[in-house]
Structure formats: structure tokens, C-alpha cells
Design a protein around this ligand. Structure first.
Ligand code: PLP
Length: 357
């Protein structure tokens, strides 16, 4: 029997707004670092659901934490105290090694950034925000012109993701911190993509030894359960009246259970060490075939390609390996789960070796 037209449309995805470019891949299930498509074929996931699946798929402790919390209490808002929320915040601050920070949980990276900017504008009484983009990299002289006494805050991704895994580096970020201090502007680190262990350090702030006034993070934080966090200095927090920030779902118990499980797993499975090791292994072994150089930190890897990266990406997918691209058309971006193993890097190396240079 033929399904009714509307059901057919639903099955084929016709009711979804076609606003995303899609990979030619329909995922039916996933386990560890492997996706299985609807034809039953396995694909090695070096994209991690856009840097989200830090623990890979079906991680037992993460799955159990969510199931347990769902049974205990699936939701209460911030109007009600919850032990799981308090624990998640404490664990995040300890993990970040930024003991003077306070946490506001929200739902997405964009929401965390919006709140960071709102706090900066509100507490400074200034109206100007500076955002550091790719072109700024290394141009410390330009900072003086762009960051002034009018500037409420500077927002920067210390290791840029979409730009193609670009580490802005300790020198540049240190100069930025100094300039912000000089003019009384707040420094916001957007660690939505590069945070929660992806660099092999809790945050890029730790990697580079620079403390921002506000830090936003998301993606890997929930391993796929939607959540994000805004960390702010206790001094800034003290200036915020009660009810000055709002969210319905942020800090919900399911999200907090996911956050607690993620941070616990990163620590107990020594995943930061693994991220550093695997990042180094990819850099040492995968500059082969169409890859001519590498950039980035830890498992936020940019592989520079001699040909358009989209071509290489499509060829890798034919070999059963999913990689990402970047706004730089000649960078293949890898954001794999932290549980990746050496043998998976060897699969990538061997596949790249077989591709035309
Ligand atoms: N900041 C950075 C650096 C990101 O990479 C992204 C998303 O890719 C965002 C913010 C927005 O995060 P979200 O999609 O969770 O709102």
C-alpha cells in the first residue's frame, strides 16, 4: 500500500526547511566512533556531530546518567534548587580550574554568547563590542585601534573552529588581555567549539594561561544533550541583580546530569591525555596524499589540502570516513570523539594516502 502523500513527504524529509547543506549520509544508529547508515554500512565519524559527541556514541555512563535522571525528575526550572544543578556547576568550575567563576546554564552556544554580551553591556554602561575574526590573527597592532575606552567587551574564539582550526596563540591572546585591562573592557572567550577538553586542556584559557572575564561553552559539554554554560567572574556576578538573566530550560536536570557525566568521564578515562596524543598522531601521520600541512590544537584539527577540501571530504566519505570542512575552502576540519584510538587514525592515514594528491 502506498502511504498517503503527506506521510510520504514526512518520510522523505519534505517538511523540513531545507536550510542546511547535508552530507550524502543518513544515519540509522551509532556506537563508539562509528555511525551506521541506513544501508547498514559503517562510517568512521571524525566530525563528531559538529564537535558535540566528545564521548562518542552510546557511552555507558552518560546513557545511564540520563536514564537515571529521567526517572528521578526530568525537569525543574531555576526557580527551584536542584542538587544535580549545583553539582554540575561545581564540577564545571573545578574542571575549568577557574575557582572564582560562577556559572549560568543555558541551552546553546549562541544563547551563552548573547548573555555574555548582555552582561558586558549592562555592567560597563558602554555600547561597543569588538569581535575578533580570522583576519585579526597575529595583528596585535590593530588591537589598539579596535579596542578602546568605548569598548564594553571583546569576544574571541581562542582556537577558531569554523575558520579552519586556527589557534590564535598565547602571544596574541595575552596582548588582547593586556589591552582589555588597559581600557577597562571585558574579555570573553567563546569556547563553544574549542572548550571542554577539545584542545587537550580543559579550556583554551588553560592551554594559553589566560583568564577571561567571561567564558562560554557548549557542544561537547552535553555530548549531545542540548546545553551550554556561561562562566563569569564572581566580581561580575556580584553586579547582576536577581532576575537580570533568564532561561526556561537552561540548567534543567537532564542537561546537568549529562554535563556531570561528561566531565566525570573526561577525568576518569584520562581523555585530555588521549586528545593530546591523538592530535599529535594525526599531525605526525596524516600529512599525506592531498594533505600538505596541518593546523589547530588537540582534536580540533585543520588539515590543509592541495585541492578544494570539499572534494577530499567527498572522497573520504566514499571510503567510509566522515570529516568536516571549514570557511577556508582548503581546510578539512576534524572534530572527532575523544575516545578515538590509534587504529582509527591509521584508517584515515591509509585512506588519504590512496587519494590523488
Ligand atoms: N560559537 C562557536 C565558536 C560555534 O562554533 C558555534 C556553533 O557552531 C556557536 C558559537 C553557536 O553555538 P550554537 O549552535 O550551540 O548556538
Amino acid at each position: 500500500m502506498q502511504p498517503a502523500a503527506s506521510v510520504q513527504a514526512c518520510l522523505t524529509g519534505d517538511f523540513l526547511a531545507p536550510v542546511f547543506a547535508r552530507y550524502p549520509l543518513e544515519v540509522a544508529s551509532a556506537h563508539g566512533v562509528w555511525l551506521t547508515n541506513t544501508r547498514g554500512e559503517r562510517v568512521l565519524d571524525l566530525y563528531g556531530g559538529h564537535a558535540v559527541a566528545a564521548l562518542g556514541y552510546g557511552h555507558p555512563a552518560w546513557t545511564a546518567a540520563l536514564a537515571q535522571q529521567a526517572q528521578l525528575c526530568q525537569f525543574q526550572s531555576n526557580a527551584v534548587a536542584l542538587a544535580i544543578r549545583a553539582r554540575a556547576a561545581q564540577r564545571l568550575v573545578r574542571f575549568a580550574q577557574l575557582p572564582d567563576m560562577r556559572v549560568f546554564f543555558v541551552n546553546s552556544g549562541a544563547e551563552a554568547n548573547e548573555n555574555a554580551l548582555r552582561i558586558a553591556l549592562r555592567t560597563s554602561g558602554r555600547t561597543h563590542i569588538a569581535a575578533i575574526e580570522g583576519a585579526f590573527h597575529g595583528r596585535t597592532a590593530a588591537l589598539r585601534a579596535k579596542v578602546s575606552r568605548r569598548t564594553a567587551a571583546v569576544i574571541v574564539e581562542p582556537v577558531q573552529g569554523i575558520a579552519g582550526a586556527v589557534d590564535l596563540g598565547r602571544e596574541f591572546l595575552g596582548a588582547l588581555r593586556s589591552r582589555c585591562d588597559e581600557v577597562g573592557a571585558l574579555l570573553i572567550f567563546d569556547e563553544v567549539q574549542c572548550g571542554v577538553g577539545r584542545t587537550g586542556h580543559p579550556f583554551a584559557a588553560n592551554l594559553h594561561g589566560i583568564e577571561p572575564d567571561l567564558l562560554t561553552t557548549a557542544k561537547a559539554l552535553g555530548n549531545g544533550f542540548p546545553c551550554a554554560a556561561l562562566l563569569m567572574s564572581a566580581q561580575l556576578c556580584a553586579q547582576l541583580p536577581v532576575e537580570s538573566l533568564g532561561t526556561t530550560f537552561g540548567g534543567g536536570p537532564m542537561a546537568c546530569a549529562a554535563i556531570e557525566a561528561v566531565l566525570q568521564a573526561i577525568e576518569s578515562q584520562q581523555l585530555l591525555e588521549r586528545v593530546r596524543h591523538l592530535g599529535a598522531l594525526i599531525r605526525a601521520s596524516c600529512v599525506v596524499g592531498p594533505v600538505c600541512a596541518h593546523q589547530g590544537v588537540g582534536l580540533l584539527v585543520g588539515l590543509r589540502t592541495t585541492r578544494p577540501a570539499r572534494q577530499v571530504q567527498a572522497e573520504l566519505l566514499e571510503c567510509g570516513i566522515l570529516a568536516g570542512t571549514a570557511s577556508d575552502s582548503h581546510v578539512l576540519r576534524l572534530l572527532p570523539p575523544f575516545i578515538l584510538e590509534d587504529e582509527h587514525v591509521e584508517l584515515l592515514r591509509d585512506a588519504l594516502r590512496e587519494l590523488p594528491p
